[in-house]
Design a protein around this ligand. Structure first.
Ligand code: GDP
Ligand code: MG
Length: 442
């Protein structure tokens, strides 16, 4: 997600944050590079121009801040502009306890798939509040024979209800679905609609009629993140004819260059609600401009990482390691827990995407794969340690290291490497304690 823009901009950012002096010529040169990065990401020239122009105005008009270095100041201006372009500090979507949601968009945009993701999102959030909402999905897409079956299948897999209207007349079918929803008292209704390969008049008229009949609480426009400027122009037509409240941009896991996500809110004056990053129903990310700007500028997305961590990692282990970090005392047992938590999060290669580029630099892929191999060895070594050793009660002599290596089926150098890493982690723990970094992880 945003890898494309991010790769270009984050290297500029790390140069800038190091810069001691910043002349007008520097700023201009830098803005030129930002411009070409955005153009390559399929952001339209108009948008790119107004983006860089607003940065230029602010950068050149700004008084020197005595706290931030000039380069850092410029990075901050850019960061704030990206946030503003992406819709400002918008809060994540909160669905009401009952809603009727209409999905519109071109064919293949991901409407049907997205219903399953939204249903999952609503259920997950309701569970936190101890509720178990009833969700119904229905489709008035009669253009493709498989459209009904696709939604029915998703409903079965994801445990929400599906209703197949008997009428093939779209408006009669909407009435039928609404009657069923009322009769069965569903909290949520998702209505899926047909798309077209291209925007056409008939589709717009049909959608307007559907909307008038359904009176949805929310109309969501779904758009394929790979479509770039074409997607935006389709969005404009949908907005002007059917009107929608917010958008979901899909396929951000593919080689989408991010242009549409960058410009949508600015161009359409509608919020982006979520980004979809895959075909699984869990792969729906609330769109948070602040975090997106962090990612784009290579400042990492620690908050998203922390959220994923909370969902995937056993809470008890997480708390243990957090406490160890807070104390600044960190044992081999804590270290082994930390490694196994990382394991639960997924591969290092995936994890690195969330970390600030200033922290990781540009780590080559083979280094990461090496890291994954090390992880396996480390696990074997941990299993050869005694409880006293894990808790730091017994010191580990070099003779003992040989025994451990033999027991784990690794070399003595591997054992040495683990201890080296462990010492580094201990140093970090001390650092974290003094810096209070753990606050970010709660
Ligand atoms: P619809 O015509 O708008 O209902 O689109 P569908 O929901 O049928 O999706 C079209 C295709 O895109 C399907 O093959 C989906 O599996 C795929 N798809 C939808 N969302 C995503 C996504 O976020 N990432 C990826 N990689 N594929 C997606
Ligand atoms: Mg569909």
């Amino acid at each position: 997600m945003f890898d494309f823009i991010s790769k270009k901009l984050s290297s500029i950012v790390s140069e800038l944050t190091r810069a001691k002096k910043l002349t007008i010529a520097h700023v201009e040169e830098w803005l030129g590079r930002v411009q070409s990065a955005l153009l390559e990401a399929d952001v339209s020239l108009d948008v790119v121009r107004s983006f860089t122009e607003s940065i230029r105005q602010e950068a050149l008009g700004k008084k020197i801040d005595s706290v931030l270095k000039p380069g850092e100041q410029l990075v901050k201006i850019v960061h704030d502009k990206i946030v503003q372009f992406m819709g400002g500090n918008s809060d994540p979507v909160v669905f009401d306890k009952q809603e009727t949601i209409l999905l519109v968009g071109l064919q293949g945009a991901g409407k049907t798939t997205t219903i399953a993701k939204l249903a999952h999102y609503i259920k997950k959030n309701a569970q936190k509040g101890g509720r178990k909402p009833s969700i119904l999905a229905a489709s008035v897409d009669f253009s493709r024979p498989a459209a009904q079956a696709q939604l029915e299948c998703l409903a079965q897999q994801n445990d929400f209800s599906f209703y197949k209207p008997t009428s093939l007349n779209v408006i009669d079918a909407v009435d039928e679905v609404m009657a069923y929803r009322t009769q069965q008292a569903f909290d949520y209704l998702f209505l899926d609609t047909a798309g077209r390969l291209q925007v056409d008049d008939r589709l717009m008229k049909e959608l307007v009629q559907i909307k008038q009949t359904l009176k949805p609480s929310r109309t969501i426009f779904v758009v394929d993140g790979m479509t770039g400027q074409e997607g935006l122009s389709a969005a404009r037509t949908f907005r002007d004819h059917v009107a929608f409240d917010g958008a979901i941009i899909t396929k951000m896991d593919s080689d989408a260059r991010g242009g549409i996500a960058f410009s949508f809110s600015y161009v359409l004056e509608r919020h982006v609600l979520f980004l979809a990053e895959g075909e699984k129903s869990t792969q729906l990310i609330p769109f948070n401009p602040q975090r997106m700007a962090d990612r784009i500028l290579g400042m990492g997305d620690i908050a998203t990482l922390a959220e994923q961590a909370h969902e995937k990692i056993k809470k008890a282990d997480f708390d243990d390691v957090s406490r160890a970090f807070e104390r600044g005392a960190f044992t081999l047992r804590d270290f082994s827990k930390q490694l196994s938590m990382m394991d639960q999060l997924g591969s290092l290669t995936q994890l690195v995407k969330f970390l600030p580029s200033s922290l990781i630099g540009s780590v080559p892929l083979d280094r990461l794969q090496q890291g994954e191999r090390d992880m396996k060895k480390f696990k074997a070594i941990f299993s050869s340690l005694s409880h006293q050793e894990l808790d730091g009660v017994r010191k580990i002599t070099s003779h003992r290291k040989k025994e451990i290596a033999a027991g784990a089926g690794v070399t003595v150098a591997d054992v040495g490497q683990l201890f080296e890493r462990f010492e580094q982690a201990q140093q970090y723990a001390k650092l974290f304690k003094s810096g209070g970094f753990m606050k970010n992880f709660r």
